[in-house]
Design a protein around this ligand. Structure first.
Ligand SMILES: Cc1cc2nc3c(=O)[nH]c(=O)nc-3n(C[C@H](O)[C@H](O)[C@H](O)COP(=O)(O)OP(=O)(O)OC[C@H]3O[C@@H](n4cnc5c(N)ncnc54)[C@H](O)[C@@H]3O)c2cc1C
Length: 453
């Protein structure tokens, strides 16, 4: 094992994938390794343009408050810079949000989320990461498999191929981190090495995002800066979210679950917006000038790979981000979940002695389910409220749904409930905060109010 006496764990670590999970992982690994190499299939440009390997970047991407906290901790001053570049911070009092048949109360929560194109967010994080003196990038470079010790018990590198060049071996590294997204090949590569196939859970929801950017009309006046009209499960399957982004634009994502997808033609797209439970999004964009085409992204469902349950798993390999757990995007949790996994990796690294890496991979894979518990549960509870969605309902699911529905009902007029809800949704507080004595009392004693208009 390489490493030295000045607190470094090793000489060289390789991170596969330069999207949010890979970039944040590179940042924390740069603290404990002499050199970090970031491998990316795409050409990395010094601009915010979307890349082939990040097709979701053309769709609405909100960074939840907890994710923002982590990024600010890793890159002090980041959000000042991001806002100067056009990012639009906002909280519940800025948002008109129709959910469960009610407009939520416009309460001040202090819970700030950031809206911008995903390209801008990634570019700004990438600039910070690439400025680190011990980080090197290998872009236009695709990974084809792992290199290991002869007994295959430890990953020692990657088989790589740069565009237009023969395959090469990047061997002799101390740790490999797979942050290559939902399409990660680790399940297959491990199987080829003689490991069992990792079990995975998929909660099939067949979601599609149809998105379009608009120039925000100069004379536009509204009490909101963000507008969301959500489905009312289990009946409604359609939702729309209109968010401000840099350069005085809006991004509109129209989402349909269980194959109830928005059309891709202009008239059908607008009609879908008009037929949402409230027509406010349609009213806002119908005369706005489009700033791009209608783009589509299909998402089969939340997916989790259970590396923690494998009887055997190699040393010196960590899998995180969407490669480990890819969450239904309509809840906006993916980047924040990745950020929390990276912070767990940082904690695990801190527990290793100088020059000592043994046990790290096993510790991380065993502990990461504790980080995923809440985001997975939040996404699952909403998805499984559709009877057509297959998946085991947890014990007490009916009671949970009853409680959640009453909470949403209360959130139409009770600022305290809105604050509790915002803190949980943004992963700042545990869902237990929504069963605090104050909120529990309100839920149990409130009279049922009819939907607002
Ligand atoms: C439509 C949509 C909307 C979303 N909205 C939100 C939102 O509002 N808020 C939020 O927090 N999250 C959202 N997400 C989720 C978010 O995009 C991801 O969770 C986030 O990008 C973290 O993913 P990642 O970094 O693990 O992987 P990815 O973003 O998928 O990146 C993987 C990277 O690995 C590279 N790569 C892959 N294979 C190889 C290989 N073999 N060799 C070299 N490089 C490789 C790819 O080119 C890519 O750069 C959304 C997702 C979708 C699909």
């Amino acid at each position: 094992m390489s490493g030295d006496a000045n607190g470094k764990l090793g000489k060289h670590v390789v991170v596969l994938g330069s999207s949010m999970a890979g970039l944040l992982a590179t940042r924390v690994l740069s603290e404990r390794f002499e050199k970090v190499t970031l491998v990316e299939r795409d050409a990395l440009q010094d601009n915010p343009e979307p890349r082939k390997g990040s097709p979701q970047a053309q769709h609405l991407h909100v960074l939840l408050a907890r994710g923002a906290q982590v990024i600010e901790e890793l890159f002090p001053g980041f959000f000042k810079e991001l806002v100067e570049a056009g990012s639009c911070p906002g909280e519940m009092s800025d948002a008109a949000w129709y959910h469960f048949g009610q407009w939520k109360a416009r309460a001040q929560t202090g819970v700030i989320a950031y809206s911008q194109t995903r390209g801008l967010l990634d570019w700004k994080v990438r600039q910070r990461v690439l400025a680190l003196p011990n980080v090197t990038v290998l872009d236009r470079c695709e990974a084809h498999g792992y290199l290991t010790t002869p007994d295959k018990s430890r990953v020692t590198g990657l088989k790589l191929q740069r565009q237009g060049e023969p395959e090469m071996a990047l061997d002799g590294v101390d740790l490999v981190v797979d942050a290559s997204g939902r399409g990660s090949q680790t399940p297959r590569w491990l199987e080829e090495l003689g490991y069992p196939r990792v079990e995975q859970t998929i909660i099939k929801t067949d979601v599609a995002y149809n998105s379009r950017m608009y120039h925000r009309p100069k004379n536009h006046k509204a009490s909101w800066s963000m507008l969301a009209v959500y489905a009312d499960p289990p009946n409604g399957r359609r939702m729309g979210v209109l968010m401000p982004i840099e350069k005085d634009r809006w991004i509109l994502s129209l989402c349909g679950i269980l194959k109830d997808h928005a059309p891709t033609d202009e008239a059908g797209f607008l009609q879908f917006a008009r037929e949402l439970p409230k027509p406010d999004i349609y009213d806002a964009v119908k005369d706005a000038e489009p700033a791009g085409p209608i783009v589509v992204h299909k998402f089969p469902g939340s997916q989790r790979r259970h590396y923690d349950q494998m009887a055997r798993f190699p040393e010196s390999l960590v899998v995180l981000g969407d490669a480990l757990c890819s969450l239904n995007p309509i809840y906006g949790q993916g980047m924040t979940a990745s950020a929390l996994e990276v912070m767990l990796l940082r904690e695990c690294l801190l527990k290793q002695g100088p020059g000592e890496l043994s046990g790290l991979a096993q510790r991380f894979r065993k502990q990461v389910p504790s980080v995923l518990l809440v985001p997975w549960m939040l996404a699952l509870t909403e998805d499984l409220s559709y009877p057509e969605v297959e998946g085991q309902r947890p014990p007490g699911f009916g009671l949970m749904r009853w409680y959640a529905t009453r909470l949403h009902n209360l959130a139409a007029h009770d600022p305290e409930v809105v604050r509790g809800f915002a803190n949980v949704q943004h992963m700042l507080k545990s869902p237990a905060a929504l069963a605090s004595p104050g909120i529990l009392w309100r839920v149990l004693t409130s009279r049922w109010s009819s939907p607002t208009t």
